[in-house]
Structures are given as structure tokens and as C-alpha cells.
Design a protein around this ligand. Structure first.
Ligand code: SF4
Ligand SMILES: [Zn+2]
Ligand SMILES: [Zn+2]
Length: 314
């Protein structure tokens, strides 16, 4: 075999041709070894953070996008061997015309294909308004982005849906990119409290909160996308019409630029914050939750953020 041919071989099995180079580790992988590596990385993350118990009912927050679908397929595969655990998908319909309808169809079709039960909860049912209606009622001088409204209301809806299906845990498809973007966004917004709390496994600070876990938090978004492509998953590709407003896009571009020039940057930021989080957590005195005076859901202040936002548009 010539040296050129050897360079094209997968560095893991050393048999099949490689199709992907992992720049931060120097690996070159064939399709099979790439798929195996993603599944084993996710399993390692789950074990490292002790995300699941053997008898957990796991609600997967499914959007119809590539990351949550990759998570659905991986957990459907891994949890099949756990006789006493089960998975169910919770799908939130925010009410975004010409966007969410398609994602919903894709999410449902993937659940049916895998024989996974699902529950849909809509903003309209829960809050009386769709996200489109909320955004159109937002006052002109309101500087909060559509994503800020969507994020707060969706987090509450996911927790509500997970409770509704009696789940022990709720798993979300946040990738390493999402996590690192959120870390930087919290720094840019000066939100130290969120920076401390955004761990891969949330703390149970109130009995109404279902513990949230992020099994893809050590997977790069581009690898989660590739995993979905290689496995031929059907997923939604069109971007949300509100996405361009978000500061997250600028942070994403900046991080991608850094990662391209300095492979491993995203992992370094993630690991650094993980190292200092326990110390910061001990210093954070604001971990007391009460019940929102309006909706009764757990809240760190008298009125929860979701009710505060809804008050602005009702
Ligand atoms: S891009 Fe923003 S508005 Fe659209 S679904 Fe995501 S968080 Fe919601
Ligand atoms: Zn291989
Ligand atoms: Zn409330």
C-alpha cells in the first residue's frame, strides 16, 4: 500500500476509506467508525454526568431539527437495552407560521418510524397566544428579541410537557456549540446566575422542575449534523424566520472563526467553565425558588419571567 493510500484510510478501523477528518483530534474516520464514535461519546457524557437512572422515563424535547432528531435516534438505540427505562418525545409548537408546521410533521414522522410515543404542547393552548401573535403585539420600544420571548416561554412549556407525561428527566439536543454560545452570551449579558446554572445536568431546585440533561453537550454541532446526514434522517433545514435577530448568530460566527483557526477552542471554553462552575455555584446565594404569584410555576422572583413577558403583550 502506498503512503497516499494509507493516508486515506480510517485511523480507527484501518480498513475502510475515511470520509471525515476530526481536526481537534487528528482522527480520520470512515462512516461506520464516525457513527460509532458519536454514539460512544454520547454514552460517555451520559455516564460521566450520571444523567440517567436505570428506570428513568426520559422525555426528549424534540423540535424536528437535526440535533434533537440525532438525540432521539441515539437514545432510542441506547435505551432499548435498558429494560426498565423508557423514552417519550415532547414536541413544543410555538406557533411560527411556515416554519414550525413542517418541523412538527418531521418530528412526528421520526417518532412513528422509531415507535416512540409523543406529546405535543402548543403556546396557543398554554399561553393563549402563538409566538407570531406575541411578536406582533410586542411594543416597538421593547428591545427583547423574538428569541428571548421564545426561549423563556419554550423552557416553561418543555418543563410543563415533561411533567404532563410524568417524565423523570427531560433531555434536550443542545450541542457543544449551543453550550459555548450560551456561556459567552451570558457573559456578554452580564448574567452570572445563568452562567453558573447552565450545567449539562440541571440541579433540582424545586419539586415542579423536571431535571434537564444535555447528552449532546460534548458533540460539535457540525458532527451532529453529519451524524443526521450519514444516517439519512429526515430533518428540517429551513431556518426560523426570527433567527437572524439573535445576538447568538454573531457569537456563533465568532466561535466558528476561532474554531477554524484554533481547533479545539469550543472544547476549551466548555471545559474551563465546567472546572470553575462548582466554585461559582457555592458563591451564588440566589438559589431559592418560590411559586410564581400568577401561574404557580417555580420562579426565582415573585412573578416568573414567562408571566412577566406575557403581561407585556396581553
Ligand atoms: S430561532 Fe429564536 S424564535 Fe426561532 S425557534 Fe429558535 S429561539 Fe424560537
Ligand atoms: Zn473505520
Ligand atoms: Zn408565572
Amino acid at each position: 500500500m502506498s503512503r497516499t493510500d494509507a493516508r486515506k484510510l480510517c485511523t480507527s478501523c484501518k480498513k475502510r476509506a475515511s470520509f471525515f477528518s476530526r481536526s481537534y483530534s487528528g482522527e480520520r474516520l470512515c462512516k461506520k467508525c464516525f457513527v460509532d464514535s458519536i454514539e460512544s461519546k454520547v454514552k460517555n457524557t451520559i455516564n460521566k454526568y450520571k444523567m440517567f437512572r436505570f428506570d428513568d422515563k426520559i422525555a426528549i424535547a424534540l423540535s424536528g431539527g437535526k440535533d434533537s432528531l440525532s438525540l432521539l435516534h441515539i437514545l432510542a438505540k441506547t435505551e432499548k437495552n435498558q429494560q426498565r427505562s423508557s423514552i417519550i418525545a415532547v414536541i413544543i409548537d410555538e406557533g411560527i407560521q411556515n416554519y414550525r408546521d413542517e418541523a412538527l410533521k418531521i418530528a412526528i414522522s421520526n417518532c412513528k418510524q422509531l415507535g416512540v410515543e409523543f406529546k405535543i404542547v402548543s403556546f396557543k393552548d398554554l399561553y393563549g397566544l402563538t409566538l407570531d401573535e406575541i411578536i406582533s403585539r410586542r411594543k416597538k420600544n421593547n428591545r427583547q428579541s423574538s428569541c428571548a420571548f421564545c426561549g423563556v416561554l419554550r423552557r416553561k412549556a418543555i418543563n410543563y410537557a415533561a411533567r404532563l407525561v410524568d417524565a423523570d428527566k427531560v433531555a434536550t439536543g443542545h450541542t457543544l456549540d449551543d453550550e459555548v454560545q450560551t456561556i459567552l452570551l451570558n457573559i456578554f449579558h452580564g448574567d452570572s446566575s445563568r452562567l453558573i446554572k447552565g450545567r449539562p445536568i440541571s440541579d433540582v431546585v424545586h419539586s415542579c422542575f423536571i431535571q434537564k440533561v444535555k447528552p449532546l453537550c460534548e458533540i460539535l454541532e457540525k458532527e451532529s449534523t453529519l451524524y443526521a446526514y450519514v444516517n439519512n434522517f429526515q430533518f428540517q433545514n429551513t431556518p426560523c424566520p426570527y433567527a437572524s435577530e439573535a445576538m447568538r448568530n454573531d457569537v456563533r460566527s465568532m466561535l466558528n472563526f476561532m474554531e477554524q483557526k484554533h481547533a479545539g477552542t469550543k472544547f476549551t471554553v466548555f471545559k474551563t467553565i465546567e472546572k470553575i462552575r462548582p466554585t461559582l455555584y457555592k458563591m451564588d446565594k440566589k438559589n431559592h425558588f418560590r411559586n410564581c404569584c400568577k401561574c404557580g410555576e417555580p420562579s426565582s422572583s415573585n412573578l416568573c419571567k414567562a408571566c412577566e413577558m406575557l403581561n407585556q403583550v396581553r
